[in-house]
Design a protein. Structure first.
Length: 258
């Protein structure tokens, strides 16, 4: 049975892509509390993206249990899994908007797909509300992604992620490729979104250690396909684990260390 307050509970998760000779995830155990903002960090190649794809049901585990909001999604068939994914919202790297759709149409897309009871006018009104709540002015709603700045695309991507009122919001490397000013804007957007939606669980996979420490309630560090350390930012700063200390030391400039 999943933990009472767990949005995500992963038990002994193993994943192999070659029939069991080499494992990317090696008996990984992880709990993400409901209502928390949790950052998943680690060196490249430690399994962050593979773990995220399991949480979203995009990959099936070789073995282990993946309880999401009390449901073991590893046991769901594809139709049920498609419906269950509506409980997630995802802000992808580079926003991943549809190039031939306006910002408004991008946000409308998942609503049209999964809220068949709504009229076209109701869908457009809901999508407009989401864009405005994410800070994108109405004068930009009819623009194509190519006509939007990087910050505007992130806001439109977040509005689309929120379109179905998800219980879990996932950020996949949200500041990759952004300059420091835009990165700070995105960080602030993530934090304000989380604080404005009590009870919603946020999971951020990030290479940006400064953002992870500034934004998160909990941090999970992966190493070699398993959890090396899970705890609060304060616990990470106090850790004597050599790899954690090295990662923390390298992740901050001297003038910004917490």
């Amino acid at each position: 049975m999943p933990a009472n307050n767990a949005a995500v509970e992963i038990i002994d998760l193993c994943k192999s892509f070659d029939g069991g000779h080499e494992f990317v995830l090696k008996g990984l155990n992880l709990t993400v509390e409901r209502g928390s903002l949790t950052a998943i960090i680690g060196y490249s190649g430690t399994g962050k993206s593979v773990l995220l794809k399991h949480v979203l049901g995009l990959l099936r585990p070789t073995s282990g249990t993946i309880n999401i909001l009390g449901t073991n999604i590893a046991t769901l068939d594809e139709d049920d899994l498609t419906i269950f994914r509506c409980k997630f919202g995802v802000l992808f790297q580079y926003a991943a908007l549809f190039d031939d759709m306006s910002a408004l149409e991008n946000v409308c897309f998942p609503i049209f797909e999964h809220r068949k009871e709504l009229t076209k006018a109701e869908v457009y009104e809901l999508a407009t509300q989401k864009l405005v709540s994410c800070g994108l002015e109405k004068k930009h709603h009819q623009k194509l992604p190519s006509e939007l700045s990087g910050g505007m695309r992130k806001r439109a991507g977040l509005a689309r992620a929120l379109a179905l009122e998800p219980e879990i919001l996932v950020y996949d490397e949200p500041t990759t490729g952004l300059d420091p000013i835009l990165s700070e804007m995105v960080d602030d957007l993530i934090l304000s979104t989380h604080k404005s939606r009590p009870g919603q669980t946020s999971i951020m996979v990030s290479h940006d250690l400064s953002a992870a420490f500034r934004l998160s309630d909990h941090i999970v560090m992966l190493d070699k396909g398993n959890v090396l350390l899970q705890g609060t930012p304060a616990q990470f700063l106090k850790s004597d684990e050599p790899l954690v200390k090295k990662f923390v030391d390298k992740g901050f400039r001297k003038d910004e260390a917490p």
